[in-house]
Ligand binder design. Structure first.
Ligand SMILES: Cc1cc2nc3c(=O)[nH]c(=O)nc-3n(C[C@H](O)[C@H](O)[C@H](O)COP(=O)(O)OP(=O)(O)OC[C@H]3O[C@@H](n4cnc5c(N)ncnc54)[C@H](O)[C@@H]3O)c2cc1C
Length: 484
């Protein structure tokens, strides 16, 4: 964190002991910390918002009256990172091994070429039984792994790290302090993320990934609301979007757990397990998330204009050529997760940016019309792309386009010196044409609205100015208005 752009240093040795609500309308939340190893042993922080990333035994979750709900059965697992000699041929591949009689294990080859992680399924815990009481040791884990791998041999030379842990598949009803039935009347100010609101087995390697996706979803929303750019109602969408994704993950995890723990009956069941693993590769890679329709994700009315840029899913990148320097770049990598909204305008076939064509008309509307979201929501004295950043993609080869006659919105003068930003205009690459790979309508073009977390909010016709303006009017606050 210290080396990151924000140069933050965590406050270590603080334990949250209580989170309470006060009558102070500016800072309605009071967090009381005990300071471990310091003379004054309590610290109080008054806050507008609190995000509890405090793990499966979250105090923040308790303070908002939420519980992890789910099946009471908990599975005991052992995990060890080992240096070993074995004749098992797939030791350097991710592999799930289901033995006939002795249970299952998962192999994850670790970095460096030698180290291997093994996840070993042990027994189910009942009642008050805890992982720590079950007498698991590195030796018992090694013995169990040998049994499962038999007739292959496993000669463990060193157990570098090991642990035993319990997993329950559980999730909270909501991920903030507003029960669903009160969403119309109350705004959320306390949130929970990661293991604080969902727990599951590590088979799909998703716990940390999904927790980070929670924080990524919440971060930009909280930042824009705190900056006074967005209406606080935007914060409802965090729980709505991420709780649904956590439920999906738990269902996926249940299927995986069942398939993993089942005794392999025959070649057909083994094949089904293999198929399930493959089918969900995109899911486990974290690119299968699709948010449902909401204020920030519109229904897919115009999806046919860009069939490969699915509304509700991550903006799917593709190589294009940057017009200003003819450099091939990944379009998705040109946008940073910096809190700005993005409009990707894909030009129709004959449109090379000429003044009377749809792309230039859109740019003119965005730059000058009082109804334009850029005009409305960009503060005075800020760069024109500081809230909504417009990028254009043309079908023509970059040699056919004249940068000097492009709309001024695509060559904005920015910063204290008014330098020109030359990195807003791109062309399709013939060998992997983005219009083909992302199914963009060549005759009509398309306008793709991308959220600050790089998920697609909507696909619109290039000329749907009212649709575009209406979308942002629901979410953002005019730059000169203060919202309370
Ligand atoms: C063996 C194992 C293997 C795993 N493998 C993977 C994997 O391959 N991929 C993957 O994505 N996930 C994996 N996971 C899951 C992953 O580790 C968790 O989902 C993830 O760590 C959750 O992150 P978190 O920040 O929500 O909670 P935690 O990592 O639990 O962090 C919570 C933090 O809050 C602190 N805290 C708690 N209470 C307080 C308090 N009152 N005051 C102050 N601080 C407090 C804790 O000390 C801790 O530092 C694995 C888990 C296990 C057990």
């Amino acid at each position: 964190m210290h080396n990151s752009a924000a140069r933050l240093i965590p406050d270590y040795n603080r334990e949250l002991v209580e989170l309470s609500r006060t009558k102070n309308s500016d800072y309605p939340l009071t967090a009381t910390f005990s300071c471990i190893g310091e003379s004054s042993n309590t610290e109080i922080i008054n806050a507008k918002y609190v995000v509890g990333c405090d793990g499966a035994r979250s105090i923040v979750r308790q303070s908002i009256g939420q519980q992890l709900k789910g099946e009471s059965a908990r599975q005991l697992w052992g995990v060890m990172d080992i240096l070993a000699v074995t004749d098992f041929p797939d030791i350097r591949k991710k592999a799930a091994i289901q033995s006939a009689e002795h249970g299952s294990l998962l192999i994850i080859p670790r970095e460096g070429g030698y180290l291997v992680r093994m996840y070993i399924e042990l027994c189910e815990l009942q009642g008050d039984e805890r992982a720590g009481d079950m007498g698991v040791t590195p030796t018992s884990l090694t013995d169990k792994a040998r049994e499962i791998l038999s007739p292959y041999t496993l000669n463990v030379k060193q157990v570098v790290w090991w642990s035993a842990y319990e997993i329950g598949q559980r999730v909270c009803d909501v991920f903030d302090n507003v029960p669903n039935e009160k969403r119309e009347q109350q705004l959320p100010d306390t949130f929970i993320a990661g293991d604080a609101c969902h727990t599951h087995s590590p088979k799909a390697g998703q716990g940390m990934n999904v927790g980070m996706a929670d924080a990524f979803n919440l971060g930009w929303k909280l930042a824009t609301v705190i900056r006074g750019q967005a209406k606080p109602a935007l914060l409802h969408s965090y729980s709505q979007e991420r709780q649904a994704k956590a439920l999906e993950l738990i269902n996926f995890d249940k299927d995986m757990a069942r398939l993993f723990s089942d005794k392999p009956k025959d070649a057909e069941t083994a094949r089904l397990f293999q198929q399930y693993f493959k089918k969900h590769a995109r899911y486990t890679a974290g690119v299968e998330t699709q948010y449902s329709a909401s204020a920030i994700t519109l229904p897919r009315k115009h999806q046919q204009l860009a069939t490969g840029l699915q509304v509700g899913m991550r903006f799917h990148s593709q190589m294009v050529v940057r017009l200003s320097d003819a450099k091939p770049v990944q379009l998705g990598h040109t946008i940073k997760a910096d809190g700005r909204w993005r409009l990707f305008a894909f030009a129709a076939a004959s449109d090379n940016g000429q003044v009377d064509k749809p792309l230039a008309s859109l740019c003119s509307f965005l730059e000058t019309n009082p109804k334009s979201p850029i005009v409305k929501f960009t503060p005075d004295n800020s760069d024109i792309d500081s809230v909504i950043d417009v990028r254009a993609v043309f079908q023509a080869n970059h040699r056919e386009l004249a940068i000097e006659s492009m709309p001024s919105l695509l060559l904005p003068q920015k910063g204290s010196m008014g330098l020109i930003d030359y990195e807003k205009i791109f062309c399709a690459i013939q060998s992997a044409d983005i219009y083909d790979t992302r199914g963009i309508d060549r005759d009509k073009g398309a306008l793709v609205v991308v959220r600050p977390d790089q998920y697609i909010s909507c696909v619109l016709p290039l000329s749907d100015y009212d649709g575009l303006a209406g979308f942002f009017d629901h979410i953002l606050i005019p730059a000169q208005v203060t919202y309370s």
